[in-house]
Design a protein around this ligand. Sequence first.
Ligand code: PLP
Length: 288
Amino acid sequence: MTIAFLNGEFLPLEQAQISPMDRGFLFGDGIYEVIPTLNGKAVGLGWHLERLNDGLTALGIVNPNTDDSWAELINTLVQKNSQGLNSDSIGVYIQVTRGTVMQRAHGFPQDVAPTVFAFAFATAAPPIPDREKVKVFSVITSADRRWQRCNIKSTSLLGNVLHYQEGNVAGKQETILYNDEQEITEASACNIFIVHQGEILTPPLDNQILPGITRRIVIESLAREGIKVKEQPISLEQLRLADEVWLTSSSKEIAPVTAVDDTPVGNGEVGEMWLKALTCFNKHKFSL
Ligand code: PLP
């Protein structure tokens, strides 16, 4: 039985109920986080909590918890569920909405307590640091049709869901998005890195992409080993000419892409830089 958390109470997930008048349900008016843990230890916790707080601030919702109480909530959920989930890799999903009001009106309500919901779930095992054995990804590209505030980790994910589904219907595992200038933004649920002419590139942080925590850990852990990642615009053409393409997210860590729009990336095999990056990531991920 999965134990969830709702508004101050731990309870079986099946029993967690909120009002249909919650603004998260009516407007998608809230933010969320997914914090990965491995053997009970969170990865990038401080940066996840910082992004959670930034999202709440952007939405004008008062953070209902301190960092310490969020950390305790995450630990408790992992502990309560580790046996039932029977996995070393557990993700904790946290959602905070503006709360429940018995009238549907767009304007922010006054004096309403946010709704806080969290649950733990088993995630895929981290990628195997082996170029032959790692799971590879095949993706399509598509024009980014989402909103102008993609830096907010909003629960309003319809744009992302539709883009993910586009790839899925084409038999692929992700969709890489590009803007009107034909520059890569991100994928429907991941950030992007490419290796092009010997350099590691990733799109810069702006309103077009989520500031991914895995992206940040990749950049920092490579920097610690003296390897530079250039944060700069990447054209669709550069993506097509890339020797390597990686997807990064909390659940995938660093996933190699071996085909884009049915064309092999580089020689179609998992690249050497991917292995180096994953090795650096694994070395530093608990100390950043
Ligand atoms: N970009 C989008 C749109 C996402 O939804 C996610 C993760 O859910 C990411 C990037 C990767 O973010 P993180 O590394 O913090 O999981």
